[in-house]
Design a protein around this ligand. Structure first.
Ligand code: HEC
Ligand code: HEC
Ligand code: HEC
Ligand code: HEC
Ligand code: HEC
Ligand code: HEC
Length: 270
């Protein structure tokens, strides 16, 4: 992977710093500041559990994205790109949807049946199984689990998050894009063109790789919901992005954070 010019090479570093401080102050903190890698992409589902007096459900992206592509879950399985919007419930899981598309006790991963999602609370065996998802979330345990998981994977940034792109390049993770009985066989669309996005500011321009993003996301995760305009004519500010629009629909939540300026702003300053 090529190294990118640093934003410190910007012609107006003082203005840059001032603008950055302004942005950072106005935007949701988590998009900018590095999140502990074990908490990156963590979603807590608690729409239905409080009424049922069950512990909320902990969903970690890092566990799952190493095994399956974003597209598989967000298109084929149909999870929303905003926490809480899918309305996953015990019933949808037991119907074989959502978590239950894989966690049905029958589908296999590496030759072993994947533990089933919601069922009868009474059954003795089940208690421990319920708690694999329904848990209060012990931060220290999650950190240990993550470190065990990430052993041998490339890391980057001050927080030491997994460098997913590098991990895939080296073949250390190979997310599957197809699950029998869940996915509809189809031919993948191709889009090899990189899109250059003008930053319209003091910052260097952004180069967006369709080729790379399509491997993770297919086309449908981004078009038309996140990027309805296909001509690159919509201007966006970093403030919008850090509020979850455009690139910020993923970056700062599940993909690497917005503090890594030079990873996106790669083109030479004009
Ligand atoms: C195993 C399934 C699965 C995989 C694989 C997966 N996701 Fe998700 N994702 C989910 C679920 C479940 C949610 C929560 C949905 C809800 O609460 O309605 C979610 C939520 C999200 C959110 C919203 C998070 C928030 O805090 O609002 C983003 C962004 C996201 N996913 C991006 C991605 C990206 C990018 C990838 C690939 C690198 C990916 N997901 C891979 C299942 C998955
Ligand atoms: C595309 C398939 C798929 C979907 C959809 C999916 N998972 Fe998983 N999940 C897996 C696989 C495979 C494993 C590893 C299973 C194993 O180690 O036995 C796993 C592991 C887990 C673990 C780790 C548990 C442990 O004790 O190690 C949790 C927690 C979990 N999933 C929660 C969820 C939740 C919650 C949802 C729905 C919001 C969900 N998963 C949706 C495939 C999936
Ligand atoms: C693979 C993960 C997973 C496992 C394992 C799991 N659940 Fe769930 N369960 C969920 C998710 C996700 C929800 C929805 C959470 C929310 O938004 O409140 C849920 C919701 C529930 C609810 C709330 C009521 C409702 O209608 O949704 C109950 C009750 C429940 N589960 C029971 C159980 C029991 C009992 C077990 C063990 C036998 C179990 N679940 C195991 C993922 C799981
Ligand atoms: C991660 C998000 C993302 C994914 C995935 C994605 N695109 Fe795009 N696409 C963009 C962005 C960003 C632009 C620039 C337009 C804009 O700013 O709205 C764009 C622009 C385009 C354009 C117009 C390009 C031009 O130069 O006129 C086409 C055509 C397109 N995408 C097709 C696809 C196809 C086909 C796929 C799947 C193979 C795909 N896209 C996957 C984000 C994405
Ligand atoms: C995930 C990719 C990404 C990262 C990381 C990122 N940017 Fe941007 N930035 C963009 C895109 C895309 C645009 C152009 C938006 C458009 O017009 O479509 C942009 C535009 C800008 C602009 C001009 C618009 C405005 O808001 O004034 C500035 C300044 C800027 N970025 C600064 C930064 C700084 C400073 C950082 C690091 C703290 C950063 N960006 C990190 C993608 C990114
Ligand atoms: C649908 C989710 C999604 C959206 C939207 C998205 N990305 Fe990404 N992007 C990813 C994932 C997943 C990776 C893999 C690395 C990671 O997860 O940290 C990635 C990696 C990258 C990389 C490193 C690989 C490379 O191309 O060199 C850059 C740069 C990047 N994104 C820029 C952008 C920009 C700019 C935008 C907005 C125009 C954008 N992304 C929108 C999900 C997304």
């Amino acid at each position: 992977m090529s190294r990118r010019p640093s934003p410190a090479g910007s012609p107006a570093p003082r203005r840059a710093l001032a603008a950055l401080a302004l942005l950072a102050a106005a935007a949701p903190a988590r998009a900018w500041s590095p999140v502990a890698p074990a908490d990156q992409g963590r979603v807590v589902l608690e729409t239905f559990t409080p009424r049922a007096k069950m512990a909320p459900v902990q969903f970690d992206h890092w566990r799952h994205r190493a095994r399956h592509t974003c597209r598989l879950c967000h298109v084929d399985v149909g999870f929303a790109m905003t926490a809480g919007d899918t309305r996953v419930s015990a019933a949808t899981n037991q119907g074989g949807f959502h978590c239950g598309a894989c966690h049905d006790g029958k589908a296999t991963w590496r030759g072993k049946a994947i533990f089933a999602a919601c069922g009868d609370r009474a059954a003795g065996e089940a208690e421990g199984r319920c708690q694999r998802c329904h848990a209060r979330g012990d931060a220290e345990q999650r950190r240990r689990d993550f470190e065990a998981f990430a052993e041998g994977l490339p890391r980057r940034g001050s927080a030491g998050e997994v460098d997913w792109e590098e991990a895939e390049l080296r073949g250390l993770v190979r997310p599957a894009d197809f699950v029998e009985g869940v996915s509809i066989p189809r031919k993948a669309l191709k889009m090899e063109k990189d899109v250059s996005l003008r930053s319209h500011g003091w910052m260097s321009d952004v180069l967006f790789s369709h080729k790379k993003h399509a491997i993770w996301n297919g086309c449908e995760v981004c078009h038309p919901d996140i990027f309805p305009n296909q001509k690159g004519e919509v201007r966006r500010t970093m403030l919008q992005i850090s509020s979850g629009e455009a690139c910020g629909a993923c970056h700062g939540k599940v993909a690497f954070g917005l503090g890594d300026c030079a990873r996106c702003h790669v083109k030479p300053v004009r």
